[in-house]
Design a protein around this ligand. Structure first.
Ligand code: ZN
Length: 291
C-alpha cells in the first residue's frame, strides 16, 4: 500500500469512527425493584419511551424485593451515561450509596422519576443531589419549599409536611426557564392528563433550576401555590433532572410527560438535547395522548 493509500484509508477510518461516535447511543440504567408505586408496570414503559428515540440503549437493575436483604445490590452505575431512578424502598449498602454519589459527582447523569423523589429520606447527600423530595417524614428540617411567586423563585421555610397531592386532576404546566436545553422550543403552557399534582416537596434545593411549575388549587387538595414539577440540579460535575409526573403507566401516555422525560434523560446524559419538539406536543388547553 502506498503512503497516499494509507493516508486515504486512515482518513476514511477516522471519519467513520467519528460518525459512529456521534451516533453511539447513550447508555441508560433504570433502577427499580422496590417502590410504593407500580414500578413493574412503569419501568417497561419508560424503557420503550427511551428506546423509541433511537438515542438510548437501556438496561434495568432490579433490587431484591421489599423485606429482603439488599446488601448485595450493586449496580455498576459507572458503566452508564445516565441513571433513571424508579426506586423507593430499603436503604442501599454504604458501598452502593457511595458509588452513586461518586458517579454523579464525577459527571454522571441522574433522572428522578415521580415517586423516586420519596426515596432515602435519611440519606443527606442523596437529598442534596435530588434537590427536593417528599414523604418519608420530610418536613422543615429537610429544607425549604420552592415557590414561584410574582415572577420569581422563593425559598419558603414555613414549617410543614414534605410531599403531598390532591385527587387525580388534569393540570397545565408553565415553563419558567425557557432557555434550558430541556425546555427550549416547547410552548410556554401545555396540558397534562389526569395525574397526581405533586406539592409541598422540600429539600436543600441547592443549585436548583425550576424548569416548569403547575398551579395546585386549594379546592382540589393543593397548596394554592405554583408547584415545581420539572427541575434540574447541578451536583459536582453531574446533572440531575426530576420529572414529578406519571403515577402509573396510564399517565405515561401523556405527551406532557413523555417529551420532558425523553429530553431530560438526554440532557442528564450529555448536557445537550438533540430531539425536536414533536407535532403532537400539547397546547395550553388540550391534552395529547399516545396509544
Ligand atoms: Zn404517584
Amino acid at each position: 500500500m502506498s503512503y497516499r493509500s494509507w493516508l486515504t484509508a486512515f482518513g476514511l477510518w477516522a471519519i467513520l469512527a467519528a460518525v459512529a461516535m456521534a451516533q453511539a447511543p447513550c447508555k441508560v440504567l433504570i433502577v427499580d425493584g422496590q417502590n410504593g408505586h407500580k414500578w413493574a408496570e412503569t419501568t417497561p414503559v419508560l424503557k420503550v419511551l427511551l428506546e423509541e428515540t433511537k438515542l438510548f440503549t437501556v438496561d434495568v437493575a432490579t433490587s431484591p424485593p421489599r423485606g429482603e436483604d439488599v446488601s448485595g445490590f450493586k449496580p455498576n452505575f459507572a458503566a452508564y451515561d445516565v441513571v433513571v431512578s424508579n426506586y423507593q424502598g430499603a436503604s442501599w449498602s454504604e458501598e452502593t450509596q457511595q458509588a452513586l454519589l461518586d458517579y454523579v459527582k464525577g459527571g454522571g447523569g441522574l433522572v428522578i422519576y415521580h415517586f423516586a423523589c420519596a426515596a432515602f429520606p435519611q440519606w443527606k447527600e442523596f437529598n442534596e443531589m435530588i434537590g427536593l423530595g417528599g414523604w418519608g417524614r420530610r418536613n422543615e428540617k429537610d429544607g425549604p419549599y420552592i415557590r414561584w411567586r410574582d415572577g420569581e423563585i422563593v425559598r419558603d421555610m414555613s414549617p410543614g409536611r414534605g410531599g403531598g397531592h390532591g385527587p387525580m386532576q388534569p393540570f397545565q404546566l408553565v415553563i419558567r426557564e425557557p432557555n434550558h436545553p430541556i425546555t427550549e422550543g416547547l410552548p410556554t403552557k401545555f396540558m397534562h392528563v389526569d395525574d397526581e399534582l405533586y406539592g409541598w416537596l422540600r429539600g436543600p434545593a441547592k443549585n436548583l433550576t425550576v424548569l416548569a411549575t403547575a398551579f395546585a388549587p386549594k379546592d382540589k387538595g393543593g397548596s394554592d401555590e405554583h408547584e415545581p414539577l420539572l427541575f434540574t440540579v447541578s451536583y459536582g460535575k453531574g446533572r440531575v433532572f426530576q420529572n414529578a409526573l406519571g403515577h402509573t403507566g396510564k399517565e405515561l401516555k401523556s405527551v406532557a410527560f413523555i417529551v420532558p422525560f425523553q429530553r431530560g434523560v438526554e440532557w442528564a446524559a450529555t448536557g445537550k438535547v438533540s430531539q425536536k419538539v414533536p407535532e403532537d406536543f400539547p397546547g395550553p388547553d388540550k391534552t395529547s395522548v399516545r396509544d
